[in-house]
Design a protein around this ligand. Structure first.
Ligand SMILES: Cc1cc2nc3c(=O)[nH]c(=O)nc-3n(C[C@H](O)[C@H](O)[C@H](O)COP(=O)(O)O)c2cc1C
Length: 266
């Protein structure tokens, strides 16, 4: 058996020495991790804002890879809407209003009644942040944040409507946890393309927009309101339908969209 290594006649592999080294190493490492988190936080926030802006530009049909996202975003007009009345709230700055934070604050949020919470939203902010696109000064598109539960996850995205507050211009999902190859069809360009030109409400104002099981048949009298589902992933499609049912209802953007349809959207 070999003798423990000795330096200057002192034994170095004592329990106290080992614990001291472990303590110093963990102190140094945790300080490094904590400093990195603090230093990188502003960059993470900036990247999240940039990503959100890119998604909004994309659903608005204004994303141009050759141009700067922040510069293009100057063409988008964020507005705060009171979801109960559907009116714009010009005394709240859209640059600083954060609906996700507001949804956590009891004063600034409401619970979605269980009987209408088909999208499993839970609580939502009393006010919403919507985005307007203008052409020649007139509103040409309205972009609405939407979210709801699919099969496995909360799916979060934007629904873009034309100026009539009824015709779908585009839809995008930038966050979801549905299965790759099954439920992730919601984020595929080909499926998004099926939404363009569909209508949300019929002539009497009744919400008809929905994802159907399988393909929309050629003789479907509601084909203008129906979007193809994906076989084997019907439950995710049902989640998107429920999301529309909630967010386009009277408890969601209904009052706002009625204002838009009545010509009060500017
Ligand atoms: C591992 C696994 C993952 C699945 N992921 C999804 C999914 O992301 N979205 C979905 O709608 N169905 C998913 N399904 C299938 C559903 O359980 C269900 O069978 C399907 O949505 C029913 O659609 P269909 O009636 O068109 O067959 C998954 C099934 C398995 C076994």
């Amino acid at each position: 058996m070999s003798e423990p290594l000795k330096t200057s006649g002192r034994k170095t592999d004592t329990v106290v020495g080992t614990l001291l080294v472990a303590f110093v190493v963990s102190l140094v490492c945790s300080s490094l991790v904590a400093s990195a988190a603090v230093v990188l936080k502003p960059r993470q926030v900036a990247n999240a804002i940039l990503d959100m802006r890119r998604n909004i530009l994309e659903v608005a049909g204004l994303l141009d890879p050759a141009r700067d996202v922040d510069e293009l975003f100057q063409g988008i007009e964020p507005r705060v809407v009171d979801l109960e009345t559907g009116a714009y709230l010009d005394d709240i700055d859209p640059e600083t209003f954060d609906p996700a934070e507001a949804a956590k604050d009891l004063e600034q949020s409401v619970e979605v009644p269980a009987e209408i919470d088909v999208a499993r939203v839970g609580r939502r902010a009393k006010h919403a942040l919507v985005y307007l696109v203008r052409r020649d000064g007139e509103v040409s598109k309205i972009i609405l944040p939407v979210s709801g539960y699919g099969l496995w996850s909360t799916m979060v995205g934007f629904l873009a409507l034309e100026a009539d507050g009824n015709t779908v211009a585009d839809i995008t999902f930038y966050s979801h946890g549905e299965t790759p190859g099954l439920g992730d069809f919601i984020a595929k360009p080909a499926w998004r393309g099926l939404w363009r030109g569909k209508r949300a409400f019929d002539e009497s104002g009744k919400l008809k927009l929905q994802v159907v099981k399988g393909r929309v048949s050629a003789d479907d009298p509601l084909a203008d309101y129906h979007v193809d589902g994906v076989s084997g992933a019907t439950l995710t499609g049902n989640g998107v339908t429920k999301m529309m049912q909630y967010w386009l209802s009277d408890h969601g953007y209904g009052p706002y969209l009625r204002n838009i349809q009545g010509g009060e959207g500017t």
